[in-house]
Design a protein around this ligand. Structure first.
Ligand SMILES: *Cc1c(COP(=O)(O)O)cnc(C)c1O
Length: 367
């Protein structure tokens, strides 16, 4: 059985005609940038995420970048980021002249370890950027407590975790202002690049609305030096069709995750994902760990099973961050990069798919 790492077919098949009708509607209305679709999507996403304001932007990286700009991060300001995140979190800090200060994860959840935060705080620290990695909510209670104690803001990177929760509150609703991504492969994906900022702060929302549109609130009047980072009407129209499906798709991801947990229990040194008490996991990715990662990946590839590595090189080992002179200082991030493997995970995967993946993993460890 060939099992791709990701298939959109079970998600996109049933809504095909609805999506195409929404696209045709935008085509016919002849209004393509910042119109009624973006406005309606922003209201609908705010209701979904239980926040007061959503501002649609061009992609997830811009969402984080504009969030930090709106908070007034300046050259030399330090921002705490995970040592084991996707590089976008660090790049957003660098774009505003800030210094990313990596903190190692809890080795069980792979999320920012609240107990390690205080040691990284200096007089130059301005904020903390938790990333709900792979779809599991960070331990927001302890993170927010540290932030409050030190007068820091929090900006959540919610690109991988739409719909996840910490003690009943949704990710993307805790920070002063938060960023998410609707890159096609994310849990809520557009048909191209798209992203959004979520916040309960009206002033910050207004700043970001201006920043995404040339620093302008009134056409041809520019108060600040802004960007062009707008969510397209076409993408907003597609996202409006997909958003109501997200809870169902999330439930399917969670069912697949539970099946994997059953089928993969007790195989060799394989470590399945662990969920912290108080957190929910929406399984953007189902990531396992083993010291024989590369051999397991080769074995699965030969068996027709698609896998990926998230992520093979931690940000501090990237050439882009060579100037920070950090190599070797983050052993957990390096260990995760060397041992992690993402198995196929998509809404609509069947128990047969899971059993076939697990069978191939079992055969590998039996060899
Ligand atoms: C995808 C992703 C981003 C960036 O989103 P884009 O829309 O691709 O710019 C940021 N952070 C994390 C953790 C991501 O997974």
């Amino acid at each position: 059985m060939i099992i791709p790492f990701l298939s959109f077919s079970p998600q996109h098949g049933p809504i095909r005609s609805e999506v195409l009708a929404a696209i045709a509607d935008v085509y016919d209305k002849q209004w393509y940038v910042l119109g009624e679709q973006v406005k309606a999507f922003e209201a609908e996403y705010s209701a979904f995420n239980r926040v007061a304001h959503t501002v649609g932007v061009a992609n997830g990286l811009d969402a984080l970048h504009l969030a930090l700009e709106a908070l007034g991060v300046q050259a030399g300001d330090e921002v705490i980021v995970p040592s084991n995140t996707y590089i976008a979190t660090w790049l957003a800090v660098s774009f505003v002249g800030g210094v990313p200060v990596p903190v190692e994860p809890d080795p069980r959840t792979y999320n920012l370890d609240p107990a390690r935060l205080e040691a990284a705080i200096t007089p130059r620290t301005k904020g903390i950027m938790p990333v709900h990695l792979y779809g599991q909510a960070c331990e927001m209670g302890p993170i927010l407590a540290v932030a409050r104690r030190h007068g820091l803001w929090v900006v959540e990177d919610n690109a991988q975790a739409q719909g996840a929760a910490w003690e009943g509150e949704l990710t993307g609703s805790f920070g002063a202002v938060n960023g998410t991504s609707f890159y096609p492969g994310k849990n809520l994906g557009a048909l191209g690049d798209a992203g959004a900022v979520t916040t309960n702060d009206e002033t910050l929302a207004a700043k970001i609305r201006a920043l995404r549109n040339y620093g302008s609130q009134q056409k041809y009047y520019n108060e600040v030096i802004g960007h062009n980072s707008r969510l397209d009407e076409l993408q907003a129209a597609v996202l409006r069709v997909k958003l109501p499906q997200l809870p169902g798709w999330t439930a399917q991801r969670q069912a697949v995750g539970a099946l994997y947990n059953q089928y993969l229990a007790g195989l060799g040194d394989l470590v399945p994902p662990a969920v912290a008490p108080g957190a929910t996991h929406v399984y953007h990715l189902y990531v396992v760990r083993t010291n024989r990662r590369d051999a397991l990946q080769n074995h699965l590839t030969a068996a027709g099973i698609g896998t990926l590595i998230h992520y093979p090189v931690p940000p501090h080992r990237q050439q882009a961050y060579a100037h920070l002179n950090l190599p070797g200082a983050f052993p957990l991030a390096e260990e995760l990069a060397a041992t992690s493997l993402s198995l196929p995970m998509w809404p609509g995967m069947t128990e047969q798919h899971v059993a076939a993946v697990a069978g191939a993993v079992r055969a590998f460890f039996a060899e």
